[in-house]
Design a protein around this ligand. Structure first.
Ligand code: NI
Length: 175
């Protein structure tokens, strides 16, 4: 297992649509393990494959942060199959260091996905877990949490967002 560098806002990979996983290869297993390690080290609740530069439909969620006795878990080819209610709460993203914004999400969501053994499972989450599931699912379609803000709020953040994107681009040029 290894911690991988987290891609920050301004990296074009975050705006791309991820492709479904065909076969669960050793590379996919390693990716899930690495993503879990990367998420835990960064104190995140969730992480999508784009955030480590991989365009596959995989995300991980640290269930231990939302449910006692649970473990971080990988979701392969996830789809949201049920959504209901509404909640407003603080949300951040590991690709946006130091940004926390109020985002409207559904209160309850059910995801269907495959685990590393290729077994299909469903998981229902409320509150923070529902928020995390929807946030990570968005990433797989190149949608970022700032897209869910009101136009006014986005305009107010424009300067900080431009600054972050610029420093990300400069960092990428150096590599
Ligand atoms: Ni995120």
């Amino acid at each position: 297992m290894a911690v991988r560098p987290i891609r920050l806002y301004g990296d074009p990979v975050l705006r791309k649509r991820a492709q479904p996983v065909g076969t669960i290869t050793p590379a996919i297993r390693t990716l899930v393990d690495d993503m879990i390690e990367t998420m835990v080290e960064a104190n995140g609740i969730g992480l999508a494959a784009q955030q480590v530069g991989e365009l596959v439909r995989v995300f991980v969620i640290d269930l231990s942060a939302v449910q006692d006795g649970q473990q971080p878990m990988g979701f392969i080819n996830p789809t949201i199959i049920k959504q209901e209610g509404e909640q407003v709460g603080d949300e951040g993203c590991l690709s946006f260091p130091d940004f926390t914004e109020k985002v409207v999400r559904v209160e309850r969501a059910t995801v269907a996905a495959f685990d590393l053994n290729g077994q299909r499972f469903e998981l229902e989450g409320a509150g923070l877990l529902a928020r995390a599931l929807l946030h990570e699912q968005d990433h797989l379609d190149g949608v970022l949490f700032i897209d869910r803000l009101s136009p006014i709020r986005r305009r107010l953040l424009q300067g900080r967002l431009r600054k972050l994107a610029k420093s990300t681009e400069q960092g990428m040029e150096k590599q």
